[in-house]
Design a protein around this ligand. Structure first.
Ligand SMILES: [Zn+2]
Length: 199
């Protein structure tokens, strides 16, 4: 009974994280009510997302078409010898918001299993090559900034093992982030403290 465009929209929207079929249906009728202007604005912003590309070093999306690096990795004032390894882009944003971390990052991608996946190993190899090239052996410090969940802990061990010959020290964020809690949702003060108390 639903027109085809609405059904297609519901299919796509409900495949997005935290949007179920009910919300997608409501969203479809809301957008139809808003009219063509709003819909074309949304289309433009989606196209903009599609034009971003991942940074060659940390994999955060950026729009520097002439550069392979994002603004963090391209910043000469940052100490690239201290590397924070995070799971998600939003974790990087949370750490940046503390204004306390002046190193570089590596985004590893969703830790859905207790072991590293092949694309995550490729990203670690990319980091190893960077460390070799920039520092001829070992980086000053690798901070593993994963959530203190079961998967986070298992993958932290795997990452530490992969990088043991590539850093003078390997640390994890300190207490403060509650067990099972998420970096993404920690307030800046808690996260600053967890950075200070890394060990
Ligand atoms: Zn970058």
């Amino acid at each position: 009974m639903l027109p085809d465009p609405i059904r297609k929209f519901i299919d796509i929207a409900s495949s997005l994280p935290s949007i179920g079929p009910r919300q997608a249906t409501r969203l479809a009728f809301y957008l139809i009510q808003q009219g063509k202007g709003t819909i074309s604005e949304i289309m433009k912003s989606l196209a903009g997302l599609g034009n971003l590309k991942p940074c060659a070093n940390c994999f955060f999306p950026h729009e520097n078409t002439k550069q392979v690096l994002c603004h963090i990795c391209g910043d000469p004032k940052r100490n690239k010898s201290i590397i924070a390894i995070v799971e998600k882009e939003t974790d990087l944003i949370s750490l940046e918001n503390t204004k306390k971390f002046m190193g570089r990052y590596l985004i590893l991608g969703d830790l859905k299993k207790g072991i590293l996946e092949s694309n995550q190993k490729l990203r670690l190899n990319n980091l190893k090559a960077f460390i070799q090239k920039e520092f001829g052996g070992k980086a000053e410090e690798v901070i593993i900034a994963f959530n203190p969940t079961t998967y986070g802990n298992l993958n932290a061990l795997a990452v530490a093992n992969e990088l043991k010959d590539y850093a003078k020290k390997i640390t994890r964020l300190g207490r403060g982030i509650p067990t099972g809690g998420e970096i993404e949702f920690a307030d800046e003060e808690t996260l600053s403290e967890a950075l200070d108390k890394r060990s």
